[in-house]
Write a protein that binds this ligand. Structure first.
Ligand code: MN
Length: 489
C-alpha cells in the first residue's frame, strides 16, 4: 500500500481534498512508528496506510483519512492530543484521540462487552467518524489475524461479530460489515465456512455468472430500446449472511434462492419505476415480492425498489433498482451520507448534532418496525439500553430503567428535584420504562424538598435507590434537627 494510492482515492472522492495534509500525516506517522513491526513482520506503517485506504474506499472525508493514518501515533509516542492539534488541527487531533480512548478497555468477559459497547456509543455521539476509523482499523487487523495466537484471534473475531458488525449495520456501512463478518465467520466456524465456500464459490458461481450475464443482455437490450441510461451489476450474498439464513430458517444451501441479485442503477427516481415496469413486462413477478423502499425507506434509511421474478429458465431472480445516490448510500451508509451532505458547503466545520440526531432517528425507528433492527437490538444491546439527554449525551441504563434512574444518572440534585419528564418530547410518567434511543428531559422544581418515597418501588439502578434513601434520611434528620437542636449547636 502506498500513500499515493490513498491520495488518489481521496481525490477521487473529493477533488478539493487537502492532499498536503494527508502527505504530512504520512510523514509524521512514518517517523513515529519508525522501525516498529507488526506481528505479521510487516512494518507498522503498513497498518496505518491500510486503515486509511479502507476509509477512503468508504468515501470518508479527507480529515478522517488523515486521522486514519495517524490513528496509532498517540499510543506509540509521547505526543499529546495538543501536539497533534498544532500539527494537523484540532479536528484531526480529536479523531485520533477518540480512537485511542476506545482501546483502553479494562474489563474481561461480559463486563468488557458492555464497557466497549458503552465506549463505542459515547464516541459515536461525539463524532461518528471515530467509529468509522475504528471499523477500518479492525478490518485490517482481521485481515492479518493469522499472525496472532489462537486465543486472541478468537476473542477479536467474536467481539467483531457481536459488537462491530452489528453497529456497522446500524450505521449502514454495509461494505465494512460484510467484510468483517466473512472474516470472523472463517475463524469462528472454520468447518462451516469451508463447506459453504466450496459449494458457493466452486459449484455455483460459474453457473450463476453465466445466468446473470444472460439476464444482463436481455434487460440491457430492452432498457436501451426504451432510451434509459443504466448500469447493471450483480452481487452475490456474502457467506456469513447465507450461513445465518440457513441457520435461522433451517434451510439447506440449495434452498436459499436469494444468493444473488441484480442491481439496476439509473439516473432518476422516475427511471427506477420505469425500469420496474420493464422488468415486469419481461418476466412474471412473484406475488408479494415487490417492495417499494423508495416511497417507504427502511428504518436505517435504505432506499431501492425490489422485485423478484421468474426469470429465464423459470429461475427465481431478484432485482434491486435504485439511483446512483441511493446506491452509494446503500454501500457506504453514514460515510457516504456525510459526503453528500457536505458537498454543498465544505467550509463549514463538521457539525455533531446532525449525526447524533441521525443515530437517534435510526434507533427510534428501530423500536417500532423492522425485524432487522430488532435483531440488532437483541444482539447489540442485550439487557442494556442507551438513552440520550436533549444535548445528545449518552447514558447506558439497565433495561426497564425509568426517568428517575436517568435523572439520578445525570446528577443527584436533578434526581432529588425531579417533578416530571419529557420522553421524546412528550410528557411521560416518572415510572415509564425507557426504551433504547429515547431522549429524556427531566423537569425539575427547584423548590422541591426531596425525592418521593414511592420512587423506591420502581427505580432499577442501585445508584438511584441509594441516592433516594440518603436524601430521605437527610430530610428526616433535618426535621428532627429543627425540632430538637442537637447538642453543641
Ligand atoms: Mn490500529
Amino acid at each position: 500500500m502506498t500513500i499515493d494510492q490513498i491520495i488518489n482515492k481521496a481525490r477521487e472522492n473529493d477533488p478539493e481534498t487537502d492532499t498536503g495534509l494527508i502527505s504530512r500525516a504520512y510523514e509524521f506517522a512514518r517517523r513515529v512508528h519508525g522501525s516498529q513491526k507488526r506481528e505479521t513482520g510487516e512494518p507498522f506503517i503498513e497498518h496505518s496506510l491500510h486503515t486509511a485506504y479502507i476509509l477512503a474506499q468508504i468515501r470518508a472525508d479527507g480529515h478522517t483519512v488523515a486521522a486514519g493514518i495517524l490513528h496509532d501515533t498517540l499510543e506509540d509516542s509521547d505526543y499529546s492530543e495538543d501536539d497533534l492539534g498544532k500539527k494537523f488541527g484540532a479536528d484531526i487531533a480529536a479523531l485520533v484521540a477518540g480512537v485511542t480512548k476506545l482501546k483502553k478497555i479494562k474489563y474481561t468477559g461480559e463486563k468488557r462487552y458492555v464497557e466497549s459497547l458503552r465506549k463505542m456509543f459515547l464516541a459515536m455521539s461525539r463524532d461518528i467518524r471515530v467509529i468509522l476509523i475504528k471499523f477500518a482499523d479492525r478490518l485490517h487487523n482481521l485481515r492479518t489475524l493469522d499472525a496472532l495466537p489462537e486465543k486472541k484471534r478468537l476473542r477479536i473475531a467474536k467481539e467483531t461479530l457481536e459488537i462491530y458488525a452489528p453497529i456497522a449495520g446500524l450505521l449502514g456501512v454495509w461494505r465494512l460489515k460484510w467484510q468483517m463478518e466473512d472474516i470472523c465467520f472463517k475463524y469462528l466456524y472454520p468447518e462451516e465456512f469451508k463447506r459453504l465456500e466450496y459449494k458457493y464459490e466452486v459449484e455455483r458461481k460459474v453457473e450463476l455468472n453465466q445466468y446473470t450475464q444472460k439476464i444482463k443482455n436481455i434487460l440491457g437490450q430492452k432498457l436501451k430500446e426504451e432510451g434509459l441510461e443504466f448500469t447493471i451489476e450483480h452481487r452475490f450474498k456474502h457467506l456469513y449472511s447465507i450461513y445465518k439464513k440457513m441457520r435461522t430458517k433451517d434451510r439447506k444451501f440449495d434452498e436459499i434462492y436469494d444468493v444473488f441479485a441484480l442491481r439496476v442503477i439509473v439516473p432518476t427516481v422516475f427511471d427506477c419505476y420505469k425500469t420496474l415496469g420493464i422488468i415486469h413486462s419481461l418476466w412474471k413477478p412473484r406475488a408479494n415480492r415487490i417492495k417499494d423502499y423508495i416511497a417507504v425507506p427502511k428504518p436505517n434509511g435504505y432506499r431501492s425498489l425490489h422485485t423478484t421474478v421468474f426469470g429465464p429458465e423459470n429461475k427465481i431472480t431478484e432485482f434491486q433498482i435504485r439511483t446512483k445516490e441511493m446506491h452509494e448510500e446503500a454501500l457506504f451508509g453514514i460515510a457516504a451520507h456525510w459526503y453528500y451532505k457536505h458537498d454543498d458547503d465544505r467550509t463549514k466545520p463538521f457539525k455533531q448534532p446532525r449525526w447524533i440526531k441521525e443515530i437517534l432517528d435510526i434507533q427510534r425507528r428501530t423500536e417500532n418496525t423492522s425485524d432487522f433492527i430488532n435483531k440488532i437490538k437483541f444482539d447489540v444491546f442485550r439487557d442494556r439500553i442507551f438513552v440520550f439527554s436533549p444535548k445528545g449525551d449518552v447514558f447506558d441504563l439497565p433495561e426497564g430503567a425509568t426517568p428517575i434512574d436517568f435523572a439520578y444518572a445525570i446528577h443527584t440534585d436533578i434526581g432529588n428535584k425531579a417533578t416530571g419528564a419529557l420522553v421524546n418530547d412528550k410528557m411521560a410518567p416518572l415510572d415509564r420504562n425507557l426504551k433504547n434511543g429515547d431522549t429524556i428531559e427531566i423537569i425539575v422544581d427547584k423548590k422541591r424538598r426531596g425525592p418521593n418515597r414511592d420512587w423506591l418501588r420502581f427505580v432499577k439502578t442501585s445508584r438511584a435507590r441509594d441516592k433516594i434513601r440518603t436524601a430521605l434520611k437527610d430530610s428526616k434528620l433535618n426535621q428532627i434537627k429543627r425540632i430538637i437542636p442537637l447538642r453543641g449547636k
